[in-house]
Design a protein around this ligand. Structure first.
Ligand SMILES: Nc1ncnc2c1ncn2[C@@H]1O[C@H](COP(=O)(O)OP(=O)(O)O)[C@@H](O)[C@H]1O
Ligand SMILES: [Mg+2]
Length: 235
């Protein structure tokens, strides 16, 4: 479904991705793990069209994405729950969700089905539907960021460190929901520093170090790999 081949991305003189090649097949959940500064956010932003590609290509369903705007990519079915949630603090939960559909819906369009689906997945958001974004806990904000991405009825969901800044129990709760989204058949690319959570939900994984893929394989194999255990699992 998604293919990145030999992707190079730079911020001025700082090269953040050095020839990254990876694939995400339809129906798969793929984890990209790496330390702070490895280039994970840069990769997701590049797939979404927020960063310029210096070298290499990205394809989606076999067609090149490189020249398409962010909005065109959303319309093709790519949705991004960004690092740090980026929800609107002064809008309610429900307004945050409705807003996420507006670019490709006619004014006055109906959002009932999508919202109902998001509320079914995250009952806590339903309870807090009239609450303002800023008043949500970190875990609830993360759920809202994921729910907002789902409002576009995507075919590929990009998740940027959904566990970041959350207490372990909340991070597990968010990942339990990611597992449900996966079982519903949606294709997911999740980037994480939390190797344990990400590899537990994924079919396959890649390890990114300073902008290069250094390891790839089935999630179960990566979990057992001594290099992953030493570098990312603290043993
Ligand atoms: N807007 C930016 N301007 C300059 N350098 C950046 C910018 N964003 C990220 N970088 C640099 O690119 C590298 C990768 O960053 P990032 O993709 O955010 O990594 P990660 O998400 O894995 O923590 C880092 O060296 C970071 O300092
Ligand atoms: Mg990041």
């Amino acid at each position: 479904m998604l293919g990145c081949s030999d992707l190079t991305v730079a911020y001025g003189d700082i090269v953040a991705l050095h020839g990254v090649t990876l694939q995400v097949r339809a129906g798969e959940t793929v984890a990209l793990i790496g330390a702070n500064g490895a280039g994970k956010t840069t990769l997701l932003q590049t797939i979404s069209g927020l960063n310029k590609v210096r070298g290499g290509h990205i394809s989606f369903d076999g067609s090149p994405l490189d020249s398409l705007s962010c909005e065109r990519r959303v319309r093709l079915g790519i949705a991004h729950a960004p690092e740090g949630r980026r929800i609107f603090p002064g809008l309610t939960v429900e307004e945050n969700l409705v807003l996420a559909t507006s670019p490709w819906r006619p004014p006055g369009g109906r959002y009932g089905d999508e919202i109902a689906q998001v509320f079914e997945l995250f009952p806590r958001l339903k309870e807090r539907r009239r609450q303002l974004g800023w008043s949500l806990s970190g875990g609830e904000q993360q759920m809202l960021a994921i729910g907002r991405a789902l409002m576009a009825r995507p075919r590929l969901l990009l998740l940027d460190e959904p566990s970041l800044g959350l207490a372990p129990r909340l991070a597990e709760e968010v990942y339990e929901r990611v597992g449900r989204i996966r079982r519903s058949g949606l294709t997911i690319l999740v980037v994480e520093q939390n190797t344990v959570l990400a590899l537990a939900v994924a079919d396959r994984g890649y390890v990114l170090e300073t902008g290069r893929v250094v390891l790839e394989g089935a999630a179960a194999e990566l979990k057992r790999d001594p290099r992953v255990r030493e570098a990312y699992l603290g043993r």
